[in-house]
Design a protein around this ligand. Structure first.
Ligand code: URP
Ligand code: ZN
Ligand code: ZN
Length: 469
């Protein structure tokens, strides 16, 4: 099967140019001017449109369980396709008593294979750091899982990790090029503040932010960096939200340490005031780390622009509002009972295009870099995130002239709300191809369950760029 995308403006991380893109089966065969349509089965007219790589969202949760509440899973990945994301990387908790790889392979078989509508990879989350599990870490690289995550936050939850587990992961991971990622918040500080606030009767959703202020993230970020420095290993800090944590990252980078990080769309676009919305709407925005005061947003945009943070993820978490997000509302409940996380995978790219690119905060090149190319590189997805011959034909034909409004009505995330409800949308993915197959046409999903496949990552992702192997 041959497809020709004709006359669009191809965006790369470096520049943009009008060109045709020829696809043969699952791969990009050529990018160039006036490519011949001979023997081509399908021509997509992209004149006046941007042609960019399919988005890679390196931080999604399709299996997260918070105090008994479970998010929507891979059956809702048509939302990704509609939003221009063609690969997601999911955090899968190790099952206590099982190994990291065994836990992942079980989950993959039952919850992703034959279900996912876009390609996927995994970050194993170590929750049970027994010596045999620590010894398993180097083999993650070979198995196609070159990243792993530990949660410094969430005291008392089964997935919380102590520093000894992080040190072990860093040391063992470095043996084979596994990148260790951390959710950096000080669990004891949060625990102390949460108990204090609840004792004072301050239980509403807004107090979620008060219970985990920037100092909580700054302390854990600094500590994680120092653990990595001691272990002489790279580290990746997920969902960075505030200037204090960012300062620790910048200081480390200035010293030449291999410290990388991402932020998420909602930290760039919302501030903590939404947590105080009336009628329990604030619960919709409870995520961790918490949304911050407005002065952190320009600092995060600058960090993206300058490359101190190298990706913008969604941290997508599909909890519904009517039931799951209301768990903190009843008698005797508090913000601490609200499942953490918000749905956002569908509009990650639309929102950052509208409020980042269209408002002049980042260039189109930077957009492709932080939404597509770097997330692929961070995770060793060597065939993703770039429009060039030989790469997977994951491509978005983006209509910059579309004008609309984001909201739950057009969302396929499987939950009853959108954090972007009522916000203006400029531009949209009009056609989306997944390894050469058109899965979105005229901005409508036309793919099928099971179109997505597991993509094994290669070790030594971007965090190892300046590390001697
Ligand atoms: O609130 C969030 N971010 N929930 C998902 C789990 C995590 O901490 O990444
Ligand atoms: Zn997290
Ligand atoms: Zn997360």
């Amino acid at each position: 099967m041959k497809t020709l995308i004709k006359g669009g403006t191809v965006i790369t991380t470096e520049n943009e140019f009008v060109a045709d893109v020829l696809i043969e089966d699952e791969k990009i065969a050529a990018v160039g001017k006036d490519l011949s349509a001979d023997g081509v089965d399908k021509v997509i007219d992209a004149a006046g449109k941007y042609v960019m790589p399919g988005g890679v969202d390196q931080h999604v949760h399709y299996s997260f369980v918070y105090k008994g509440s479970k998010v929507r899973g891979f059956e809702t990945t048509d939302a990704c396709a509609l939003g221009g994301t063609t690969t997601v990387i999911e955090f899968v908790n190790q099952v206590k008593g099982k190994g990291l790889i065994e836990s992942l392979e079980d989950y993959k078989k039952t919850d992703a294979e034959g279900i996912s509508m876009i390609d996927y990879a995994f970050h194993p989350v170590m929750v049970d750091p027994r010596p045999e599990v620590i010894d398993e870490i180097p083999s993650l690289a070979e198995a196609g899982y070159p990243t792993m995550k530990l949660f410094m936050a969430y005291k008392g939850q089964f997935f919380h990790a102590d520093d000894d587990a992080i040190i072990a992961a860093l040391v063992k991971g470095k043996e084979t090029g596994v990148t260790v990622m951390v959710h950096a918040e000080n669990a004891d500080m949060i625990d102390y503040l949460t108990k204090k606030l609840i004792a004072e009767g301050k239980t509403g959703a807004y107090y979620h932010a008060v219970s985990r202020p920037p100092i909580v993230e700054a302390e854990a970020t600094s500590r994680a960096i120092m653990l990595a420095e001691m272990a002489d290993a790279p580290i990746y800090i997920v969902h960075v939200t505030c200037k204090e944590a960012l300062q620790a990252i910048k200081d480390a980078q200035q010293k030449g340490l291999p410290v990388c990080g991402e932020t998420c769309a909602h930290y760039l676009l919302f501030d903590e005031s939404v947590l105080a919305l009336p009628n329990e709407e604030g619960a919709k925005y409870v995520c961790s780390p918490a949304l911050r005061t407005p002065e952190h947003q320009p600092v995060l945009w600058e960090a993206i622009e300058k490359g101190w943070l190298n990706a913008i993820s969604s941290d997508h978490c599909g909890f519904d509002w009517a039931v799951q997000k209301h768990l903190g509302m009843g008698e005797g409940c508090s913000f601490a009972d609200i499942p953490n996380g918000a749905p956002s995978v569908q509009n990650r790219m639309n929102a950052i295009w509208t409020y980042g690119v269209c408002e002049g905060k980042i260039s189109r090149q930077k957009f492709v870099e932080v939404m597509c190319t770097n997330p692929a590189k961070n995770n060793g997805l060597v065939n993703k995130g770039i429009i060039a011959a030989g790469y997977d034909a994951d491509i978005v034909v983006f209509d910059p002239d579309y004008r609309g409004v984001m909201g739950v009505e057009s969302c396929r995330e499987g939950v009853d709300y959108s954090i972007y409800e009522g916000m203006e949308q400029k531009g949209r993915p009009e056609t989306v191809l997944l390894r050469g197959k058109v899965i979105v046409e005229d901005a409508k999903y036309i793919g099928a369950k099971g179109d997505g496949k597991f993509v094994p990552g290669k070790p030594y992702g971007k965090a190892y760029d300046n590390v001697a192997k």
